[in-house]
Design a protein around this ligand. Structure first.
Ligand code: PHE
Ligand code: ZN
Length: 866
């Protein structure tokens, strides 16, 4: 675990040097006993021909109690090596050598959850990015790829299951104890190593690959959760088939395993052949999991599976290239989910997430390029920029090349770099080679931080219609100067009926404009009055500025065939209305009345796609609204947001009432249509309550009493609690009673309360932190309260009490788990936008935490406070 004032070291991309030695093979012996685990490792070292001649070799090791070290059979005494600050340096090594080390580690007290640790009595590992160095001495960097042979030993009764990567090749018993040896034939970096020892239930199935090989699929969870693995299994099989079909990627080992663990810092981990998952991303059952939860399981299972090729077979040279595997794999999982469900809805959900979470990251102190130039703790760079913006950059390449050429390029990428650790440039090189287009300027997307702003103006002239584009990227920390990017803009021009008009002589009605200069103008032979439908499908991750008239937005919302443009038009209408309310320029009822016809159109067409209707009818979040106002007064923003929601609730109350009643299902279905219905129904009920309708409480209580599934039950509970309806307290008590033994459901119980809008929630949060079921050591639980408060409840968070509670809690989490503390601290990144009073208060509180902060937390806080 990090201790206070650990040395701060900055790692820079420009300093990259290949390792002096390679490790061809690793033989590990992990001997698990109560209180101490002994790890013996044997490394076959070979001088790296690609490295400059140097005989000193560095091995990382953190928190290891060194028992012995031997080189080629000779025990090394303390004068023959140097071990300081987590680095073991050996000099004078021959061309080839064998290094054997024996160390003791202490998994029982590992609350940071990196390396080997214990979760609910089960031993498991997390090695990405730099966890392996907490297990044994090793060059802990992704460009060292080795084949692993691992023996796990433990008590037979308590740990009947002993797993590692690859295939089991031997096993045996010794009295009360037993052991299993696993062999992974595919060379991999140590961050993909995994091990599990526990007593788990297994759901088993078989997948026959496209070449006819049988793969055993085994999903493991605690015995009580065995009934929650079916959805993950179905998703896994779909993902395996999809990847064969879409990318020609076939699974390579004989076994594919997933293990669910309750204590996990992230969503899931793609360890070769042995994925380890946060229970929240693999367990699913209609009674305990919301529809959103089901969709998350499907996409995370697929994501980790897809890493087998994009990440494991072809991996990253160094951690600056993290987006090489993450951006590409997110793009792959997005396309998979689009194929499994409604593609239009999926695209809007992904864009919504990007613009409301990654764009703000770009505007704050943590802004960084998709391929960053430097970092202190790599753990802090598992960001939305690396993942989501990285995916958008791959998506642009997909569209620039077209599906067929893109597939040729990925075929080339996988064939050329199989078994290697490579760079983002290597990936783009494949795109460039296959398509024959110069991608030089496009590569700036990887190196330039910040969200480009694309301002567009139109002009109607006698000779036709003109669009002029100007691009500009605001400065980000450490990067003041910005260069023009390649911005593909898919567009159409809609006539008065919402039909796209011909854009050229050939009669094309949609076109992709490539903006690659600071300013460019395009002409269209169009004389009638048109509404530009721009950035269709969100063809580039930019902020598009165009001064739309209200009637144009209403037309886009009701007629555009592009799902993104419809959603974006709705967002513009909502934001404009709320902006006026924040500035006191208008009244809520006037704004709601102005929105009403457009919203009624959406409701009339809701039957076409319930989920899409729900997305169009949902107001942007309070946080998103706040991000448009500077200096930020969160109380005024909260007020405006509430007012518009209430006014829409009143203006359309007959609709909300009938949607609440008529969309009710009589039997449980888990298909996309049924999920969409529930989503729209929950939203309608929420508006009904916001408008103060007397029936809202009754409908919510009835639904809460007899729900068909967790989406209904939780939707009802949220409406009751967030609107303080009568019956809320009783429902909370009942819910806790019903679900006290289901950790993931109780996470929802905590987060529903912590996210209830309004200042007084901060007292509720203080109580929740004292609740017997609150556990500072479980990241999911910590996130369900502190993440919900700081990330989605600005009116409670941005108060003197809120800041104080947040800062104290941050310090407490940090002492146990620095990665989680640093992640949660990011919620304070809006500090510099706050009005002076609050800014001062928050600054003081964060400053106080800084004094004892871990290196992880310190990096984040220092950036925020600078
Ligand atoms: N590599 C994992 C993924 O995205 C995320 C992860 C990173 C998990 C670091 C744990 C630790 O699939
Ligand atoms: Zn990933």
């Amino acid at each position: 675990m990090e201790t206070a004032h650990a040395a701060v070291t900055t790692t820079r991309l420009k300093d990259y040097l290949p390792p002096a030695y390679l490790v061809d093979s690793v033989t590990l012996d992990v001997d698990i006993h109560d209180g101490v685990t002994t790890v013996t490792s044997e490394l076959a070292l070979r001088r790296n021909p690609a490295a400059a001649v140097s005989d000193a070799m560095m091995f990382n090791g953190e928190g290891l109690t060194l028992r012995s070290l031997a080189l080629d059979g000779k025990v090394l005494d303390e004068n023959s090596y140097r071990y300081e600050d987590g680095e073991l340096v050996l000099s004078g090594l021959p061309e080839k050598a064998t290094l054997v080390s024996v160390v003791d580690i202490d998994p029982e007290n590992n609350t940071a959850l990196e390396g080997l640790y214990v979760s609910n009595g089960m031993y498991c590992t997390q090695c990405e990015a730099q966890g392996f160095r907490h297990i044994t001495f090793f060059p802990d960097r992704p460009d060292v790829m080795s084949s692993f042979r691992t023996t796990v030993r433990a008590d037979k009764k308590r740990y009947p299951l002993l797993l590692s990567n690859g295939n089991p090749v031997a096993q045996g018993e010794e009295g009360e104890r037993h052991w299993v040896t696993w062999e992974d034939p595919f060379p991999k970096p140590c961050y993909l190593f995994a091990l599990v020892a526990g007593d788990l239930a297994c759901l088993e199935d078989v997948f026959v690959t496209c070449s006819g090989r049988e793969v055993a699929l085994r999903l493991y969870a605690e015995h009580r959760d065995l009934d929650k693995l079916d959805h993950a299994m179905a998703s896994l099989k779909n993902a395996m088939r999809w990847d064969e079909h879409t990318y020609g990627c076939e699974y390579d080992l004989d076994i594919y395993m997933i293990v669910a663990v309750s204590h996990f810092n992230m969503g899931a981990m793609e360890n070769k052949g042995l994925n380890i998952f946060n229970t929240a991303c693999v367990l699913a059952h209609p009674a305990t999991t919301t529809d959103a939860g089901f969709q998350r399981v499907e996409s995370v299972v697929a994501h980790e599976y897809f890493h087998n090729w994009s990440g494991n077979r072809v991996t990253c040279r160094d951690w600056f290239q993290l987006s090489l595997k993450e951006g590409f794999t997110v793009f792959r999982d997005q396309m998979f989910s689009a194929d499994m469900n409604s593609a239009a809805v999926k695209r809007v959900e992904d864009v919504d997430f990007l613009v409301n979470h990654q764009f703000p990251e770009d505007q704050g102190p943590m802004a960084h390029a998709v391929r960053p130039e430097e970092f202190e703790k790599i753990d802090n760079f598992y960001t939305l920029t690396i993942y989501e913006k990285g995916a958008e950059i791959v998506r642009m390449q997909y569209h620039l090349l077209g599906a067929e050429q893109f597939r040729k390029a990925t075929d080339l990428y996988f064939a050329r770099f199989d078994g290697q650790a490579v760079t983002c440039d290597d990936f783009v090189d494949c795109m460039q080679e296959v398509s024959g287009t110069d991608m030089g300027q496009f590569r700036r997307w990887y190196s330039q931080a910040g969200t480009p702003v694309l301002s567009v103006v139109d002009q109607v002239a006698p000779e036709g219609y003109r669009l002029t584009f100007r691009q500009h990227t605001p400065p980000t920390p450490g990067q003041a100067e910005k260069l023009p990017l390649v911005i593909p803009v898919r567009m159409a021009l809609l006539d008065a009926q919402g039909e796209p008009v011909p854009l050229d002589e050939e009669g094309r009605r949609e076109q992709v404009l490539i903006i690659d200069q600071q300013e460019q103008t395009f002409h269209f032979p169009v004389s009638e009055s048109v509404t530009p439908s721009l950035l269709r499908g969100f063809s580039a991750p930019v902020v598009l500025e165009f001064d739309y008239r209200k009637d144009q937005l209403a037309a886009l919302l009701s007629h555009d065939s592009d799902g993104y443009c419809r959603w974006s038009a709705a967002q513009r209408l909502y934001f404009a209305a709320m902006d006026r309310l924040v500035k006191g320029q208008s009244s809520p009822d006037l704004e709601a009345a102005a929105l009403q016809p457009a919203l009624e159109q959406v409701i009339d067409r809701a039957g076409e796609d319930f989920a899409q209707a729900a997305l169009l009818l949902m107001l942007p979040s309070e946080v998103a609204l706040g991000d448009r106002h500077s200096p930020l007064d969160p109380a005024a923003v909260h007020e405006a947001h509430q007012q518009l929601k209430q006014a829409i609730g009143r203006a359309l109350q007959a609709h909300w009432l009938s949607l609440s009643e008529n969309l009710l299902a009589t039997e449980l279905q888990m298909d996309g249509v049924a999920m969409g219905r529930r989503q729209l129904r929950n939203l309608a009920l929420d508006y009904l309550a916001a408008g103060g309708h007397p029936e809202a409480a009754r409908i919510a209580v009835e639904l809460f009493e007899l729900p068909l599934c967790m989406s209904e039950e939780l939707g009802a509970l949220r409406t009751l609690v967030h609107h303080g309806l009568s019956g809320a307290e009783q429902a909370l008590a009942q819910f806790a009673q019903r679900w006290k033994d289901e950790a993931l459901v109780m996470d929802q119980w905590f987060s529903v309360q912590a996210s209830a809008p309004g200042e007084s929630t901060i007292d509720v949060v203080a109580e929740l932190l004292e609740h017997p079921a609150f556990d500072w050591k479980v990241p999911n639980r910590v996130r369900s309260v502190l993440g919900a408060l700081a990330g989605s409840n600005p009116s409670a968070f941005n108060t003197p009490k809120g800041y104080q509670l947040f800062a104290q809690a941050l310090g407490r989490v940090d002492a146990l788990n620095p990665q989680i503390a640093a992640r949660i601290a990011n919620a304070a990144a809006r500090l510099h936008r706050l009005e002076p009073g609050r800014q001062q208060l928050l600054r003081q509180q964060l400053q106080a935490v800084l004094e004892t902060a871990s290196a992880n937390l310190r990096e984040v806080l220092t950036r925020i406070l600078s």
